[in-house]
Design a protein around this ligand. Sequence first.
Ligand code: UT7
Length: 329
Amino acid sequence: MRPVGILGTGAYLPEKVLTNRDLEKMVDTTDEWIVSRTGIRERRIAAPDQASSDLAVEAARQALEHAGLTAEEIDLIIVATVTPDMAFPATACLVQDRLGAKKAATFDLSAACTGFLYGITTAAQFIATGVYRYALVIGVECLSRILNWEDRNTCVLFGDGAGAAVLGPVEEGYGFLSFELGGDGSGGEQLKLPAGGSRLPASEETVKNKLHTVSMAGREVFKFAVRVIGHCTEEALKKVGMTKDDIDFLIPHQANIRIIDSAIKRFGLTEDKVVINLDRYGNMSSASIPVALNEAVRDGRIKKGDTLVLCGFGGGLTWGAAVMKWARD
Ligand code: UT7
């Protein structure tokens, strides 16, 4: 198997900032409640004329440039999203066309907040086996389009954004060392977008009842998240004979600072070892991890040889973790 790693990263965040103070004017909430219960201070909202593919293309262009590759060299594009431009064609096809990645195979992947982990795990297999050489994996969401802006339980939590990574061969001893993915469909009801699929097609009734917006059993998902963030990080480390002491950087899904704090406590990490951006962007589902990774790479925190653990969890229910030795200078 050929060693596979990340050759370049990119991100795009829409310009419009929605602060907790802004939300105070929209629903019965306070900045104090949101900050103390979630850690979120503000989030980005896509412009009315921006869809997920627009955000994804910007992030992808940056990642390609960072990797020193052209779009024509990309063999595979995977877009992880729960907010595609349309049910079909896949957002990956729209991105391929805009980038001019003519030879790339294209598909979307639905694993909610674990989407980026599922995406890089999938892409890495194609490269490790020699089927493809370069893959672009994008996590993108326009969650603002599927929120009930009258429901304080959900609308304060999420934001829009895109993060991308170019995967390809790296030198021996670097790149991905292990993957850990999981799912539990029995918890599917806890976090879902009820209507708009084949079960409940769009109708006057579904629109009236706001069934095209996110529904979440917050407390149940919270308990699940605290359990899996620790468990799947440990399992991924165990697969390569590593322990929490080997972690240079933990890059967790950014759903709630209290979930991240539970991992910090469990692993005895100092805060400088954990990449956090949910204060500025909220929960961007599949985009949270690649955007956080891009920030820590671009600001020089992550250096060649560092051991990173990426860990995601969310709707499905799904979870995943990847351990990697950073391969770029
Ligand atoms: O990314 C996918 C994975 N998603 C997650 O991991 C999210 C997991 N869940 C959470 O992060 C938390 O459960 C929430 C942030 C969603 C909620 O926090 P909580 O501490 O679990 O609050 P709660 O659901 O126990 O609600 C406490 C109270 C309730 O009032 P009552 O029933 O006790 O009177 C809520 O109505 O807080 C109320 N509340 C709010 N109050 C002010 C809920 N949302 C708000 C709000 N502002 N925005």
